[in-house]
Unconditional design. Structure first.
Length: 238
């Protein structure tokens, strides 16, 4: 059941969402149905959108009328998603970005502003896991997972949120995992699970911090999804 917290009214607002996602599939072959909603000319920045769930989201948001910033650590996959959107009649910018790097996240948002003049929607989808038993996980691997999934999400929220506060509106959607709630020993993902638990509370905390602007905040949990980021698949930003 979705829940929300915040203040309504006509005042400027930023929306924060967290979404649970789990499992994997080859989502590039998915055919998206016609969008039931209209976000024409909204600017949507989607991290980890070179493939998988992120690429599917980018194409779906484009079909709903949004102008898309495709951000991915892999320039080739980012460009491929951008090219598909353009071929479908949409408008998109591809921008390589390692979201764990504060300078790169700032440059990503600056490039978005330079191209489109604003930012309406941020989807923090990029994530990574290195499937290993906890006893064998090196501290550098732990830091990479936490640095991407949790710190990277915060850095993107910080950079994009600054723009949105200046605009007086915006929506931030943080992709989470069911294992951020319940944990899991099956997939050898202790750092991944911890990072996603952090993303849930990060989202709640940001909503509470900015609610007094006043703002309006929503939290929602969709059905289960299959993504490239599932630990049984591979390690890498999804």
């Amino acid at each position: 059941m979705p829940s929300s917290a915040g203040f309504g009214g006509a005042a400027p607002k930023i929306l924060f969402f967290w979404c649970a996602a789990a499992h994997q599939n080859e989502l590039e072959s998915t055919t998206m149905p016609q969008s039931p909603f209209d976000i024409t000319n909204k600017i949507a920045l989607i991290t980890g959108s070179g493939r998988g769930l992120g690429a599917t989201l980018a194409e779906a948001f484009s079909q709903a009328g949004a102008r898309i910033v495709v951000a991915d650590i892999d320039p080739a996959t980012a460009q491929a998603t951008r090219d598909r959107i353009i071929a479908q009649g949409g408008e998109a910018l591809a921008h390589p970005c390692d979201i764990s790097d504060p300078q790169q996240t700032q440059e990503l948002c600056a490039a978005t502003l330079a191209r489109f003049g604003g930012l309406d929607i941020l989807i923090n989808n990029a994530g990574v896991n290195i499937p290993k038993p906890a006893a064998d996980l090196h501290i550098d691997e732990w830091n990479r997972i936490i640095g991407t999934n949790l710190t990277g999400t915060f850095l993107c929220c910080q950079a994009a949120g600054t723009i949105m506060l200046h605009q007086g509106s915006g929506a931030i959607i943080n992709i989470c995992s069911i294992h951020g709630h319940v944990g899991s020993y099956v997939h050898q993902a202790v750092a991944y699970n911890a990072s996603k638990a952090g993303v849930i509370n990060l989202t709640r905390s940001l909503a509470l911090e900015f609610a007094g602007r006043p703002s309006q905040w929503h939290f929602t949990r969709p059905t289960r999804n299959r993504t490239h980021g599932h630990p049984s698949r591979q390690s890498g930003i999804c």
